[in-house]
Design a protein around this ligand. Structure first.
Ligand code: NAP
Ligand code: 12T
Length: 350
């Protein structure tokens, strides 16, 4: 349990990573009440320093002893590190908000999106899980509609940016993009393939391509990323009766994930009603004006905190159906911001 204090000792596990960088920016932006900040990463980052509030902080190597005196751990260093090190953090009386997939579906670990199920933060035993990036933005958009019209079925297709997979993947898209500059000169098939040595992080070239695989394949022919969206959505919305299917696609976008979501509801909702509900819902910005060609796009959502929703329209192929286009910055609301909002809830309840 977190004890009430004016300021807290905070450790960031994976401080040098893509999510880690956003942790630092957002903690500073929101003036999070920090007494001591401990930055943790691998031995590779030994000697590195990171800036926080105009002060340089040394990066320390993560060990089982890293959590002495720490109140809150924000962890984002991969699932195997969470499994190995978070029990030591809990042993040192810290409360952990974990960004990895390690504990999300565990029964005694709350999986929290503050706009949807804030009450769950009180049920933790030392670890609270932050959902998958695609799940977070989907449930922020769907929960207000579910409350009013009860969602029976969800079909979600995601268009996920490379930053969701970490810093090295961002650099790979950049390098591959730079390598292609002759497409217009030599208008020929194959010319937009990059040299094989530029394909290291993703299984195939990602620049000017799409890859219909995120995370590993499971026995049911879905990928693990697709099943995260299915299972985590049900857990967060506390409704196992919702039927969900999803397809997750990696696209050559640097930041922000996009999703086309089709829902079938028990009660009929017109597009106008849905627009009105979503305009008033927390954490959402509706951009939906076809006449003016206004709709959410990843370049617009990059660096922002909200979940953007547009293209709201009735699914004319069924009785009670809606289509939504949902875009959000996966490193912010999809990761660091949501985790920090959870930590803020913990402080509120301390
Ligand atoms: P990243 O850019 O590759 O960064 C990985 C971070 O983990 C780096 O700080 C790295 O330190 C650290 N790390 C790696 N191995 C370590 C070790 N053995 N000991 C200590 N630190 C180690 O990846 P990312 O995109 O930030 O993602 C990191 C984690 O966040 C992953 O678990 C991913 O699943 C999760 N994630 C969650 C969400 C979400 O919650 N929705 C979204 C995106 C990612 P070095 O720099 O020293 O290597
Ligand atoms: N494989 O947090 O590759 O479970 O974009 C997030 C992002 C796992 C996660 C990705 C992933 C997670 C990705």
């Amino acid at each position: 349990m977190l004890k009430k204090k004016d300021k807290y000792n905070v450790a960031i596990m994976g401080a040098t990573g893509a999510v880690g960088g956003q942790f630092l920016s957002i903690l500073e932006e929101r003036n999070f009440p920090i007494k001591e900040l401990r930055l943790l990463a691998s031995a590779k980052s030994k000697g590195k320093k990171l800036k926080f509030k105009n002060k340089s902080h040394p990066v320390e190597i993560l060990t089982h002893k890293s959590f002495k005196g720490i109140d809150i751990v924000l962890s984002s260093a991969g699932a195997s590190r969470s499994i190995e090190f978070l029990p030591s953090a809990v042993g040192a009386q810290a409360v952990c908000v974990d960004n990895s997939s390690a504990f999300r579906m565990k029964k005694d670990v709350p999986l929290v999106v503050p706009e949807v199920n804030p009450h769950q933060v009180e049920n933790h035993k030392g670890i609270i899980a932050n959902p998958n990036c695609s799940t977070i933005q989907a449930v922020v958009a769907l929960w207000p509609l579910h409350k009013v019209a009860k969602i029976k079925r969800i079909v979600a297709s995601t268009y996920q940016s490379v930053s969701g997979a970490g810093q090295q993947k961002i650099l790979e898209l950049e390098k591959q993009t730079e390598a292609i500059d002759k497409v217009v000169d030599n208008w020929m098939v194959g010319n937009h393939n990059v040299d094989k040595f530029l394909i290291k992080e993703f299984p195939y070239q990602i620049a000017f391509n799409l890859i219909p695989q995120i995370d590993v394949f499971l026995e049911n022919a879905y990928t693990k990323e697709e099943m995260k969206l299915v299972n985590e959505t049900r857990k967060i919305m506390e409704d196992d009766s919702i039927k969900i299917t999803s397809t997750c696609i990696r696209v050559p976008v640097f930041f922000a994930h996009s999703e086309n979501i089709n829902i079938e509801t028990e009660k009929k909702l017109s597009a106008d009603e849905a627009r009105k509900i979503l305009s008033k819902a927390p954490g959402i910005r509706v951009i939906d004006d076809p006449a003016k060609h206004k709709y959410p796009m990843p370049l617009e959502a990059e660096g922002e905190n909200e979940v953007f929703v547009g293209r709201i329209r009735e699914d004319e192929s069924i009785e009670n159906g809606l289509n939504l286009w949902v875009v959000s910055d996966n490193l912010r609301k999809g990761a660091a911001l949501n985790a920090i909002q959870i930590a803020e809830l913990l402080i509120k309840h301390a």
